[in-house]
Design a protein around this ligand. Structure first.
Ligand code: GPV
Length: 836
């Protein structure tokens, strides 16, 4: 084998703590140089933002030897690399995470002091996060990249560098207002553009058949337009290791000098228009969470980043003189839902049309390389592309999909002779109504594994979503329960708890969350329980300050912080929570306060701009907040807050400050949930349904430490099959009737009885998410919560046991499972040798 010489021509060896420039002096010097040379500022006139930029550049410098050595290591010792394809990466702020993973937080604080900055937080405040995702799916991709690097697994996250990420949310008169997100303004210090590695992608046009030199019939694609993808790389450093993976985000550019022909005929504006059109490709993230819009530009975005990424992988083989047939031994391609599922057809096209492989070989390579994760069962989220739109944009891919489908259906025919119904159910082409391509079918047929994201969800994929596929290929279907990174979500977000854990069980929990089980021994230690509770109280005080600054509402940190933060959706049932708040309000108004615990009910989350009911739910919550918070009868008993612009940064404030985590989706609808895990790790108790990963959280933390309510998935199905009528549930509940009546008379809308009519109508009409069916049981469970809150020692013990038993939900565990059972990849430790 080749001898390794991984010494890099760097200005200093960044593995050595002192020479590496990892001490405070070096960080200070680095900042000074960047202020002067990169930012053109004198230290004496530097703003907070300048200091943020200078520190970020100085920290980025300290990632570079790890980043480059990681790349050199895989080049010298070729082994399989994970390609995580995702239309979203919600990575959050970078500075603090890189300081933590490098282990130079103290040094940075010391360097900042010399610039007169007393607290690192002042600088962290300045950072704007890249909102390149909508919610759980994008954040999961970011947690997984962090765990991959921390586990020293070679990986590339491939995605899109949207110029505008998820909108910023303002609340005006109780309504959501969307403001464009200009995260790149003023420059973003964490990306490295690599224009030399740009890729060309075609769209539109037509295919032609021809006979090649060997007399074989072939098809060739002549696209009518092109775009260039320019990679922008973001280093992803593992925790206290040398492995530094990367996120490779593609920005769309116009093709070189755009259209010369249009220039020559004098059509300058026509040529400029084409340039603008191709640059629009990576302009903006579609702000829908789990709904398929079927828009042409969205399909273009998907094909754009998938094609660039696959070309990039193939090129990496060529550069190392590895035969294309070896692709599956060097790349394992994970599809984060169906957004990148066009990869199945695109890899076939690249292998057949460009690398001249025959069908069977190309199919074997594709199938051995690609795996698919499903993240939803909701029909409105399952991606389908109108056939004529698809053909117009990707004519060659359509030919290939027809052939994939033809061969697949032939296999099905042999297994189920004469069964036309099963052929129609399994076909990639949906023939009901207008013809359409079902991307979940393409992904399932093309992949060697299909997984769901929680045990219940994976089970429902087999039983409800793709039963015929599961029968055909039982061994293809599997589960990997989601996880979240303890670095960001505990170590970084919750410094008080982390300090306590370090003191009690040592610092290794950060990379081995099973060690938290040692805390079980402390469950009856009053002293320790008090310390655990005061860490929580400190988080609550900070959040109370933030709430006051943002909304003007004063909340009491000693009250129960009851939190629901996630995208606003009917299936997530923020309106169920809102109804419960009204019921508590009515009890207090009626003087029935004996069993009430003082609560601060906090909501946060964005609604898709085109989702009317979700936006009305935000208005509804704010209407309730206005009435409750202005009523002196509620003082000391109830506060309601809607936190604007929920994002990763705000999440870092919220999880450590929460006592009660609301996970109240209709059973069977939430694939997994990941906020539920962040809350449990940080010692919040869950009130929840048996949905998604709640089921596993409850199994792990113990049923006695979890507030369960609601119908199960099978009970919901049964209700639906019997012809569910919400009114029969309303008829049985006085509190529910009173609650609905108060809304109807306009009590939360200044007497306007029309404003919230659509909510009333949907709940009393067909109530698609069974809010009425679960209301009474939810209220009962909330009463249990209030009762438990009043026994504070018992509550603290339950909270501690949640933290102690949440280790399973580390993304390190999830990633290990993917590596072992789906990807078959091993860690590749990165060594940095230093010349002394
Ligand atoms: I599909 N999810 C998401 O955030 N956006 C999507 O477009 C789709 C799924 C979410 C699911 O709703 C969550 O239950 C899950 O925890 C998360 O993906 C990560 O798996």
């Amino acid at each position: 084998s080749q001898s390794l010489d991984l010494r890099l021509p760097t200005p200093g060896c960044y593995a050595d703590p002192v020479r590496a420039g990892m001490d405070a002096d070096a960080v200070f010097d680095g900042m000074t140089e960047h202020l002067f040379f990169t930012l053109g500022k004198l230290a004496t006139s530097a703003s907070l933002r300048d200091l943020y930029m200078a520190l970020s550049f100085a920290v980025r410098d300290r990632l570079m030897s790890r980043y480059l050595t990681s790349q050199e290591t895989i080049r010298a010792r070729p082994q399989k690399t994970v390609a995580y394809l995702s239309a979203e990466f919600l990575i959050g702020p970078q500075l603090n995470n890189n300081l933590l993973n490098l282990g130079i937080k103290k040094e940075a604080e010391e360097a900042l002091k010399r610039f007169g900055i007393e607290s690192l937080n002042e600088i962290l405040e300045v950072e704007e996060e890249p909102g390149l995702g909508n919610g759980g799916l994008g954040r999961l991709a970011a947690c997984y990249m962090e765990s991959l690097a921390s586990l020293q697994v070679p990986a590339v996250g491939y995605g899109i560098r949207y110029e505008f990420g998820i909108f910023n949310q303002l609340i005006r008169d109780g309504w959501q207002v969307e403001v464009t997100d200009k995260w790149l303004k003023g420059g973003w210090p964490w990306e490295l553009p690599q224009p030399d590695e740009a890729c060309l992608v075609g769209f539109g046009g037509q295919t032609e058949s021809y006979t090649d030199d060997n007399g074989n019939y072939r098809s060739r694609w002549i696209p009518s337009e092109h775009a260039i993808g320019v990679p922008h790389d973001v280093p992803v450093l593992g925790y206290r290791v040398n492995s530094c993976d990367r996120l490779r985000l593609w920005r769309a550019d116009a093709t070189e000098s755009f259209d010369f022909y249009a220039f020559n005929i004098g059509d300058y504006y026509g040529a400029v228009e084409e340039k603008v059109a191709s640059e629009t490709l990576s302009k903006v993230l579609y702000p829908n969470d789990g709904t398929d819009e079927g828009r042409r530009l969205r399909l273009k975005q998907q094909h754009f980043f998938v094609s660039c990424s696959l070309q990039d992988m193939l090129r990496s083989l060529e550069k190392r003189s590895i035969a294309v047939e070896e692709f599956p031994n060097h790349w394992t391609v994970q599809l984060n839902d169906t957004h990148p599922a066009i990869a199945v057809a695109e890899l076939m096209r690249l292998l057949i049309d460009q690398h001249r492989l025959d069908w069977d070989k190309a199919w074997e390579i594709t199938n051995r390389s690609v795996a698919y994760t499903n993240h939803t069962l909701l029909p409105e989220a399952l991606e389908k592309w109108d056939l004529s739109l698809f053909k117009n944009l990707l004519p060659r891919h359509l030919e290939l999909i027809y052939e994939i489908n033809r061969r697949f259906l032939q296999q099905v025919r042999l297994k189920y002779p004469g069964n036309d119904l099963i052929l129609r159910k399994l076909s990639i082409i949906d023939e009901e109504g207008g013809k359409a391509i079902r991307m979940a079918h393409l992904a399932t047929i093309g992949a060697h594994h299909v997984n769901g994201v929680a045990a219940l969800h994976s089970d429902l994929i087999k039983r409800q979503l793709l039963p015929e596929f599961a029968q055909l290929w039982p061994e293809k279907f599997t589960n990997v329960t989601n996880g979240v990174t303890p670095r960001r979500w505990v170590a970084l977000a919750n410094p008080e708890l982390s300090k306590l854990l370090d003191k009690e069980i040592g610092p290794n929990w950060i990379t081995n969350m099973d060690l938290l089980l040692e805390l079980e021994k402390k469950e009856n230690d009053s002293n320790f329980l008090d310390l655990f509770a005061s860490a929580k109280l400190s988080g609550k005080r900070k959040l109370a300050g933030y709430i006051h600054r943002q909304t003007g509402v004063l909340v009491d940190p000693s009250s129960l912080f009851d939190v629901q933060v996630k995208r606003i959706h009917q299936y997530k049932r923020q309106h169920l929570n809102a109804l419960q708040v009204i019921a508590q309000y009515l009890r207090i108004k009626n003087g029935i306060t004996k069993n009430i615990a003082p609560r601060t009910v906090i909501f946060g989350g964005k609604a898709a701009p085109g989702y009317f009911m979700a936006k009305l739910m935000i208005r509804f919550i704010n209407g309730i907040a206005d009435v409750v918070n202005a009523d002196p009868d509620m003082d000391g008993l109830l506060r309601v807050v809607f936190l604007p612009d929920y994002n990763v940064k705000l999440g870092e404030q919220v999880y450590p400050a929460t006592d009660l985590s609301e996970q109240i989706s209709t059973a069977g609808k939430e694939a997994s949930g990941t906020g539920n895990m962040k809350f449990a790790m940080n010692g919040a108790l869950t009130i929840g349904t048996l949905d998604g990963a709640n089921v596993e959280i409850r199994d792990r933390v113990g049923a006695e430490n979890f507030f369960l309510f609601g119908k199960t998935e099978s009970e919901i199905m049964e209700l639906r099959d019997q012809g569910y009528s919400p009114n029969s549930f309303i008829a049985e509940s006085n509190e529910l009737q009173e609650t609905l009546k108060l809304i109807e008379v306009g009590h939360f809308s200044n007497g306007d009885s029309e404003l919230f009519r659509p909510i009333i109508n949907i709940l009393t009409g067909n109530d698609p998410f069974f809010v009425m069916a679960d209301f009474d049981d939810y209220l009962r469970a909330q009463d249990e919560v209030s009762k438990a809150w009043k026994k504070s020692k018992k509550w603290n013990r339950m909270a501690l046991l949640n933290t102690a038993r949440s280790g399973f939900f580390s993304s390190d565990r999830s990633i290990r499972e993917y590596c072992q059972s789906i990807w078959k990849v091993k860690p590749l430790p990165v060594e940095i040798s230093c010349e002394k």
